[in-house]
Design a protein around this ligand. Structure first.
Ligand code: FDA
Length: 317
């Protein structure tokens, strides 16, 4: 109950455009958020990606912005995704970008989102001719967007775009959605879910969500999934869940390069480095851009200990 209230409050703060406009001008708050954001441009983010690559850590670049509703904002997001693809390609790194469906048009129409996703997918497929891994990773937003996001994923996959999709352990439907993408040997990133919903459609409370995460990891790292060439991405900062995934992978004969972990840039960095040092594939979701408030407040929501620091910076800055 408390978790739901807290998360709902964070989602409300993330979507408040007046608060966003005001706080993003605050230099001290902006400086504090730099922990989670790799600069204002794709070039800045690629410089960070090079440093991480030297430590055996890969990235997925994400241009900041969600629930974009103007044509101008949508066009800008598409341009920035394309510049991220170009910058990664020129740097000889994995060409891996994350995209929120509402950034590229879902709030306007499914057709606009699909058209933009195809443009990004085509640029990615053209750029990704050399070695390295490449992927257009679809983020998953609130539960009202799941059908459209899965349909987009399936359309792009049928067209041969190297696409993957995020699925959320808090939603009850995820087990069936996941099974349907394991069968053809796709690629799915599993997260707990940054949104809230009622018990009709969602697992409620940390314990229930974590238990469902384990059930979904069982499916993702099963022998059957391995034999189908499915590629699991376990995206969490929860070291116990990571250990559980490693134990399942070892028990079912998964090679170390047949699955990966993903974490967020700036969160539990040492844990990411430890995974890399032990030979595991690890990628960091690495945002760039100036629209940092909705993303940053979600991170604060997951780490309430840093809230007083944010409030102090806003008051003093
Ligand atoms: P959990 O919140 O249980 O935290 C585990 C440990 O990490 C705790 O010790 C905690 O304190 C620490 N920790 C977690 N967050 C922290 C922070 N910000 N700062 C400091 N410490 C922190 N969600 C979604 O709905 N759709 C999506 O598309 C995505 N995409 C996505 C990609 C990737 C790569 C990741 C890692 C996460 C997402 N998420 C997401 C967010 C996800 O749903 C979830 O809200 C967060 O990852 C927090 O859950 P964890 O499983 O990490 O563990």
């Amino acid at each position: 109950m408390l978790r739901r209230l807290w998360q709902s409050a964070m989602i409300g703060l993330a979507r408040s455009s007046s608060l966003k406009g005001w706080i993003q001008k605050n230099r001290t708050a902006a400086a504090m958020m730099q922990r989670y954001v790799a600069g204002g441009t794709a070039k800045d983010a690629v410089a960070t990606a090079r440093d991480l690559a030297a430590k055996g850590i890969s990235v997925s670049l994400f241009y900041l912005g969600e629930y974009v509703e103007t044509r101008e904002g949508i066009d800008e997001a598409v341009r920035e995704k394309l510049s991220a693809i170009k910058a990664l390609s020129e740097a000889g790194l994995d060409i891996h970008v994350s995209v929120d469906p509402t950034q590229i048009g879902l709030g306007v129409s499914s057709d606009l989102m699909t058209e933009n996703a195809r443009v990004i997918g085509k640029a990615l497929a053209n750029a990704a001719r050399g070695p390295g891994r490449h992927c257009l990773m679809l983020d998953m937003e609130d539960h009202t967007t799941v059908d459209a996001t899965l349909a987009l994923h399936d359309d792009l996959a049928a067209d041969g775009v190297p696409v993957a999709v995020t699925m959320q352990a808090y939603l009850k439907r995820t087990e069936a959605d996941l099974a349907a993408r394991i069968r053809p040997g796709g690629m799915v990133r599993l997260v707990k879910g940054a949104f809230v919903a009622g018990p009709e459609i969602a697992h409620v409370g940390n314990a229930a969500i974590k238990e469902n995460s384990r059930r979904l990891i069982d499916l993702m790292l099963s022998e059957k999934a391995r034999d189908r060439g499915f590629y699991p991405v376990i995206a969490t900062h929860d070291d116990r869940l990571q250990a559980y995934a490693i134990e399942r992978a070892e028990a079912n004969g998964w090679a170390l390069d047949a699955y990966e972990f993903e974490m967020l840039f700036g969160v539990r960095t040492k844990l990411a480095e430890t995974l890399a040092a032990s030979g595991h594939r690890i990628r960091l979701y690495t945002p760039f851009g100036r629209d940092w408030w909705p993303y940053g407040i979600r991170r604060i929501g997951e780490n309430p200990a840093s809230l007083p620091l944010l409030v102090r910076s806003v008051v003093s800055g």
